[in-house]
Design a protein around this ligand. Structure first.
Ligand code: SF4
Length: 398
């Protein structure tokens, strides 16, 4: 199998041994047969998988699908997160990151400060991931200048930046269409869009958790326009707030339908709401097993989105390692710096080296593969540094 995976995954799926957890569960067997026969796991099956008392049957099925696509390979890249500003004109109820312009902790990086963040790591990364608040004064021109300056100094670095709601905000600030906005940003150096801001693509849920943000349709349309101009994007899901199982399945199906049309989603990144005492007290927080189930369900339902990411900035390294055996084939990169999840309570380390990341991947029984941002270049990761390989003490036997 090539490092990038095998597009004939359905055929490979039909030839994999079926674990007992799947073969003994009629629902999982019926979903497996649907996937093998070019059919799809339906909305009804998706809801039933969410309710299925056998978590192991769901995770085992998802692992089969992952293995049929990528074997043991798990992908990561070497990247850096830089958040441009935490000043935001909106106040989504789940967001611990945003600040009002007069808040003592409010900040907005200028171009030099932004480049200063990248410079120390520029020799070891090939992607900068940049999202931020909706700054009341910034427009398309500001971001074009930022991206042009970044490409001028770091031409080898892929710029993945601006969520759909940021694109909408900039297009409104600059009184231009979304297509024109994306085209200008692309000319200035923007390479791809991250998937943030999808939350739950059901408007009555959005009205409760992020009133004023783009609608579900707008989120999908902005990504579709990006795909139309040849710009790949990711997509996400924020779960564990006020949504129902039906809402989660609706979200996945809307992404799947969009991908049928525009085909530009590279990776799906599901992550749970990180709570504190003040925001969204009515949230129905996701447990560890629920997080794993959502990742598994994503792999099973999103048959046309190539990659499913274990977002360790949010779910932590331990759960991420487990997720790699339950359908996820991709894990965040080295990241280096991250604010949005950490200000919300994440304690995931930010100084993880490539060797440590590879060791984390290996600990799940997977093979670490370094990739570039748009999944077009792959390299088996080998380390000469065994420091991070875990070797448990063993009682000698004769
Ligand atoms: S989630 Fe984004 S748009 Fe919403 S308040 Fe936070 S920074 Fe602003």
């Amino acid at each position: 199998m090539p490092l990038s995976g095998n597009i004939e995954w359905r055929e490979r799926l039909s030839k994999l041994p079926v674990p007992l957890a799947v073969s003994s569960d009629p629902l999982s067997m019926s979903c497996l047969n649907s996937l093998i026969e070019e059919g799809r796991v339906s909305r009804k099956q998706g809801i039933e998988l969410f309710q299925n008392p056998s978590l192991s049957s769901v995770t085992s099925l998802a692992n089969m699908v992952k293995k049929s696509r990528y074997g043991n390979n798990v992908f990561f890249n070497e990247n850096l997160h830089v958040n441009t500003t935490n000043i935001c004109v909106l106040a989504c109820r789940f967001c611990a990151f945003r600040k009002g312009p007069r808040h003592p902790d409010a900040y907005a990086l200028d171009i030099d400060e932004y480049l200063d963040r990248i410079r120390p790591l520029s020799g070891s990364i090939d992607e900068v991931h940049t999202v931020g608040g909706l700054h009341p004064n910034w427009d398309v021109e500001d971001y074009c200048k930022l991206f042009s300056a970044t490409k001028l100094e770091f031409p080898h670095i892929h710029i993945k930046a601006l969520t759909a709601v940021e694109i909408k905000h900039l297009s409104q600030r600059s009184s231009m269409s979304v297509k024109k906005t994306l085209s200008l940003l692309s000319e200035a150096g923007l390479d791809s869009l991250p998937g943030g801001g999808a939350e739950i693509l059901v408007d009555h849920v959005r009205d409760r958790i992020c009133m004023g943000k783009e609608s579900s349709r707008e989120y999908l349309d902005i990504h579709s326009i990006a795909h139309d101009i040849g710009m790949p994007t990711n997509c996400t899901m924020l779960f564990g707030t006020v949504e129902t199982i039906e809402d989660r399945v609706e979200h996945l199906i809307r992404l799947r339908e969009q991908q049928d049309t525009s085909e530009g989603f590279q990776c799906f990144v599901p992550y749970p709401f990180l709570p504190d005492k003040t925001r969204l007290p009515e949230a129905q927080l996701a447990t560890g097993s629920e997080i794993i189930r959502v990742i598994s369900l994503s792999r099973i339902l999103l048959d046309n989105i190539p990659h499913i990411k274990a977002y360790r900035m949010n779910i932590g390294d331990k759960l991420s390692s487990l997720a790699l055996t339950c359908g996820a084939d991709d894990i965040d990169g080295t990241v280096g710096h991250e604010e949005i999840m950490h200000v919300a309570g994440s304690s995931t380390r930010l100084d993880t080296s490539s060797d440590q990341l590879a060791a984390l991947v290996s600990s799940s029984g997977s093979t670490p593969v370094k990739r570039n941002s748009n999944y077009s270049s792959f390299e088996l990761y080998t380390t000469n540094n065994p420091t991070y390989s875990r070797v448990l003490p063993q009682i000698a036997t004769n």
